[in-house]
Write a protein that binds this ligand. Structure first.
Ligand SMILES: [Zn+2]
Ligand SMILES: [Zn+2]
Length: 253
């Protein structure tokens, strides 16, 4: 069922967005940056060039559009969106409830791609933001409100973000971590670490999380440390930080 009232409202907000976004784009020259990266934990978006010319923005995730299923998913409904500030988008849902706008209250909506900008525009009119940004990876478009420029380039948040280079396929981009081939989630095998760790800790660029099982530790001690033989036995593999701490939780004795 068409909702004329909603359509008028959305189209007005869309026009407002186009205008403000033009000013935003010309101020930050966003199209001159060829790369982007975003980090759900710190809620930071980095746009950058190969020469490391870069800008960081704080963002709020609004929603995603699947080019496969042609559906919009609001971030408050999306379990893969771990950003805490996504709850700010609930004001949009509340407006939808008040005015009976189904597209703002249903988590998953069949629609065409153009309509995403209406959802973004409505969100921007209700949540304080300086601009919007859309990233795409494979079949998924991700829409964000940018709330401010993040200028503290020496902060550990930025260092941590730049260390996130591993995509295990389950956790998004995370910092690399290394574990022996034996560690799993079926059998408690012990968890020996290169150094004491906790999740989210600050790491120097030359340090990485590394852990191995009790049996590997025994071989390592018997063969006087890490060498060809003990390394062959451990057959260390690359995982992500999140996988690492899941393994630690399960395997530590
Ligand atoms: Zn092992
Ligand atoms: Zn992982």
């Amino acid at each position: 069922m068409r909702n004329k009232d909603y359509e008028e409202y959305a189209s007005k907000k869309y026009d407002e967005l186009i205008e403000s976004q033009e000013a935003f784009n010309s101020k930050f020259k966003l199209e001159s940056y060829s790369n982007w990266f975003y980090d759900q934990e710190s809620e930071l978006l980095r746009v950058y060039n190969d020469d490391d010319d870069e800008i960081f923005f704080k963002y709020i995730p609004i929603g995603t559009y699947s080019l496969k299923s042609n559906t919009w998913l609001w971030s408050w409904e999306n379990e893969h969106s771990i950003e805490k500030n996504k709850l700010k988008t609930l004001v949009v849902k509340q407006l939808g409830e008040k005015r009976d706008y189904e597209k703002l209250t249903k988590g998953l909506i069949d629609c065409d791609r153009e309509e995403c900008w209406d959802f973004v525009a409505i969100s921007k009119s209700m949540i304080n933001a300086i601009g919007v940004y859309c990233t795409n990876s494979k079949d998924l478009l991700t829409y964000k409100l940018l709330t401010k420029v993040f200028t503290d380039k020496d902060s550990s948040l930025i260092r941590m973000m730049k260390q996130k280079t591993v995509d295990c396929g389950n956790h998004g981009f995370r910092r690399p971590a290394f574990v022996c081939k034996h560690l799993n989630h079926k059998e408690k095998l012990g968890f020996e670490e290169a150094f004491d760790t906790h999740k989210g800790m600050d790491l120097d660029d030359e340090d990485s999380f590394a852990a191995w099982c009790d049996e590997c530790e025994q071989v390592r001690l018997e063969t006087d440390g890490w060498n060809e033989e003990s390394e062959k036995f451990a057959d260390i593999k690359l995982v992500c930080e999140e996988c690492y701490f899941e393994l630690k939780e399960f395997n530590k004795k």
